[in-house]
Unconditional design. Structure first.
Length: 398
């Protein structure tokens, strides 16, 4: 049997709250638990987790730490563009590269915002209760986005457009579509259903992604690449359609002619999916495994964009968690002068009226439950999940 105990450490904070019982709201002692982190002060093991890249000219914008960052397309040190209270995702450059459209949760639901590409205040454009940006119209005057507002099912998304200066959003005229890309001669291709294959790997069901193409801009669409089970993210570049598919096991970048022929594979990721690609008409950027990659169509070559960010890493900051909100179990000492509680998988004892709080067992890495006093009140008995199986442990209090 284990016989170990530990006094309260710096990662546990005690806030005196007066006298009273454990469950009283007004006079209850408050115990706050702080997750224990050992962070290297000078060396980071990972530069960052980078997602949702978009490209224009020599500038690449991406998402890290739920904010937008800008970096040269060749890589290097990135510059933070936003400091948002909510999560940001899926930025899209305007055709002239002067503005960015993106989705954000600053005010609750995921809505469409726009801002200057060089940085500055963001303007909210939609109030639909949930949107995802898809790009811009050819003239750069309107932002295209998908929303399920007004649709009979949450999985259906209508393509709409809204002026980047503000105003009412209007249907774009292609109906249900999660992604859209424009080609020459007024051509357009849309994707329905499938959005991100990495979220449901190797899906082969009836709601897999489907492409519909209007090669001449006549308004008449026909299916494309029907033999593929779940393609997504179509991008019209030259006389080919580039897209992501996992029909060979892992999501990689492929392309085909406008008639669906001459299917080619362009990347060779073996572990992580290629995700959320965007294009500037000549190159494609995407993320895989938290890294950014740039594919050049003319050279048929892919390279990783090596970049770094300088950040205070607020998501890794210590935070205090009210133990009372996660209380799992409480046991009164046989002599009624102390309590043993289990909260968030940790065991603590403290006096019913005053005194310090003591943590028992390992500080981190083990989950405890059902702590009980022994008959003489000199030991605690609890269940711990060390290793593959749970076991009963006895912890001395002296």
């Amino acid at each position: 049997m284990a016989n170990r105990w530990r006094r309260a450490q710096p990662h546990t904070a005690i806030e005196p709250g007066g006298h009273g019982n454990l469950f009283g709201r007004r006079h209850c002692r408050s115990l706050s638990i702080l997750p224990h982190h050992v962070l290297p002060e000078e060396k980071n093991t990972m530069a960052g987790y980078f997602r949702y890249p978009t490209l224009h000219g020599d500038t690449l914008v991406f998402v890290a730490e739920d904010d937008l960052w800008s970096v040269a397309a060749t890589g290097g040190m990135a510059r933070r563009l936003t400091s948002s209270p909510g999560r940001l995702e899926r930025p899209r450059f305007s055709p002239d590269g002067s503005r960015l459209a993106f989705a954000g949760r600053d005010e609750g639901p995921l809505e469409i915002y726009t801002m200057a590409a060089a940085g500055g205040p963001a303007r909210r454009l939609t109030y639909c209760g949930g949107c995802l940006p898809a790009g811009w119209t050819r003239d750069g005057e309107r932002v295209l986005f998908a929303t399920s507002q007004g649709m009979p099912f949450a999985g259906l998304a209508e393509r709409r457009a809204v002026d980047y200066r503000g105003g009412h959003a209007t249907p774009f005229g292609v109906g249900h579509a999660h992604a859209i890309s424009f080609g020459p001669r007024g051509g357009v291709i849309i994707a329905r259903n499938g959005v991100d294959a990495a979220r449901w790997k190797r899906y082969r069901g009836g709601t897999g992604g489907r492409f519909w193409i209007d090669p001449a801009g006549s308004g008449e669409f026909r299916p494309l690449l029907e033999e593929l089970p779940n393609p997504g993210w179509p991008m019209w570049i030259g006389e080919r359609i580039y897209f992501v598919s996992d029909h060979e096991g892992i999501g990689n970048l492929y392309s085909a002619r406008l008639d669906g022929g001459d299917l080619r594979r362009h990347t060779d990721h073996q572990e992580f999916y290629a995700r959320n690609p965007t294009t500037d008409g000549e190159r494609i950027v995407y993320h895989a495994g938290g890294k950014l990659f740039l594919f050049t169509c003319e050279e048929d070559a892919t390279r990783e964009v090596a970049l770094r960010i300088q950040s205070s890493r607020p998501e890794l900051n210590r935070r205090f968690v009210p133990a009372g909100e996660f209380l799992e179990h409480a046991a009164l000492h046989p002599e009624s002068h102390s309590l043993a509680i289990t909260t968030r998988g940790k065991v603590f004892t403290f006096g019913a009226w005053e005194g310090a709080v003591t943590q028992h067992g390992e500080a981190q890495g083990v989950r405890y439950r059902e702590a009980q006093w022994s008959g003489d009140g000199r030991h605690l008995v609890m269940i711990a999940d060390h290793g593959a199986e749970e076991r009963i442990e006895i912890h001395a209090l002296d």
